[in-house]
Write a protein of this length. Structure first.
Length: 401
């Protein structure tokens, strides 16, 4: 709670900005969350009650800006395994207590569509399948990096060199769950926008240069193509579509010798508050050995392969994820600006050997009122041949300015 005075001070500074056209803008967001996990094979249920606060301030003058943002996570209960506390009688809820500088960056955003950002920063690339901030966790994944972005007419380019990844383990991280993972990471995207969508080529060179983290076996190079766009198919109805292919292989100090394909296709339909999606994702396997299937260690995992989190590490025989989503959004309902209800079903299968891993149902109800967002989520994974039956429940209240 020592972060609140910093937020107040930042807000006061915002009212005092005056000299040389420098403007100071304070920011703060907070998230209070209860997470319950019931997992077969683990003796006790996890009950994690946590509070996360991020105060920050941005100074801007002309084309230049600087941002500093702290992050504090407080465990209000102790009945869970945060991955670091050794409480293996509980399932893992990867939200350990933490206090750190979450972001500290300098940015230039000038003419001719050029933006450059240096320092500790949040990076979200494409659909966050390969690189993202893991924003669902209380401690965010950020990058010590130099990123350059450029747009001109229909062309765009995005190039990042990251020398360190700050993990969701926070400052208490150690061993296989470190605070940071060093390495020479390079992310590159080149896009061309057409009237029906954007075609992108991408390269993700992930260098997990820490022996304690899977003995370097998560280092990979991935090259591929992605196309996504949308069209109006009827008055008030929009059809969206995404297709992607990539080839991944070992990189840098990875002792494995492998290559595997990645495929993804999704179609969405939005009409008068109704939202539907159907998708199919393939994370291919090579030899059937551990970590020789497509791996995405820098992804925002909660967005992919079910909320129960069974496939953050892809099994040796790969993964096929067939899913469908149906949702409905009501705008301006009483005191709420929006109320959203959605359900997603997943069927998980292997890429090799034709195994059915299991099925999952994910449900969410959320409501927004001004700066507040409240949500109830549920994930139920039913195992067939991989992992164990797991039920998760989240109650969340967020506030941001």
């Amino acid at each position: 709670m020592k972060l609140w005075p910093l937020a107040a001070a930042a807000a006061q500074c915002g009212t005092l900005a005056h000299a040389e056209d420098v403007t100071l803008t304070p920011s703060v967001d907070a998230r209070l969350r209860y997470e319950n996990v019931e997992q077969d094979g683990v003796p006790q249920d996890a009950d994690a009650f946590t509070l996360r606060v991020r105060p920050g301030v941005t100074a801007k003058r002309g084309e230049w800006s600087a941002l500093v943002e702290a992050e504090g996570t407080l465990a209000l209960s102790t009945g869970y395994n945060d991955g670091l506390n050794g409480k293996t009688q509980f399932p893992i809820v990867a939200d350990p207590s933490n206090l750190e500088i979450n972001r500290a960056q300098v940015r230039y955003s000038g003419m001719n569509g050029l933006t450059a950002t240096a320092g500790r920063q949040r990076i979200e690339l494409a659909d966050q399948r390969f690189v993202g901030p893991a924003a669902f966790r209380q401690n965010e994944q950020t990058f010590d990096a130099l990123r350059v972005q450029w747009t001109h007419n229909r062309l765009s380019a995005d190039l990042t060199y990251a020398w360190s990844v700050r993990t969701v383990n926070g400052t208490r991280g150690t061993s296989a769950r470190p605070t940071a993972i060093d390495g020479d990471n390079v992310f590159a995207l080149l896009g061309y926008r057409t009237d029906i969508g954007t075609l992108s080529g991408f390269a993700y060179l992930v260098d997990q240069d820490e022996a304690a983290v899977q003995n370097f076996r998560l280092s990979s190079q991935t090259y591929g193509l992605r196309f996504n766009g949308s069209i109006d198919v009827a008055p008030g109805a929009k059809l969206g579509y995404t297709a992607s292919w990539a080839r991944q292989s070992d990189y840098h100090r990875n002792p494995n010798d492998y290559s595997a394909d990645y495929w993804f296709g999704e179609a969405t339909l939005a009409y008068s508050g109704l939202n539907a999606a159907v998708g199919y994702e393939v994370l291919g396997a090579d030899q059937g050995l551990a970590l020789t299937s497509v791996q995405t260690p820098l992804a925002s995992f909660f967005r992919w392969n079910g909320w129960a989190g069974k496939f953050a590490t892809i099994p040796p025989d790969g993964l096929h994820d067939l899913y469908g989503t149906l949702g409905y959004t009501v705008k301006e309902a009483g005191p709420f600006q929006a109320i959203n209800l959605a359900a997603t079903w997943h069927r998980f299968d292997s890429d090799r050997l034709d195994r059915h891993y299991g099925d999952e149902l994910d449900l969410v109800l959320s409501a927004r009122h001004g700066p507040f967002l409240a949500a109830v989520r549920y994930a139920g994974y039913q195992a067939e041949s991989f992992a164990t039956d797991t039920d998760k429940l989240w109650l969340t209240l967020e506030w941001a300015i």
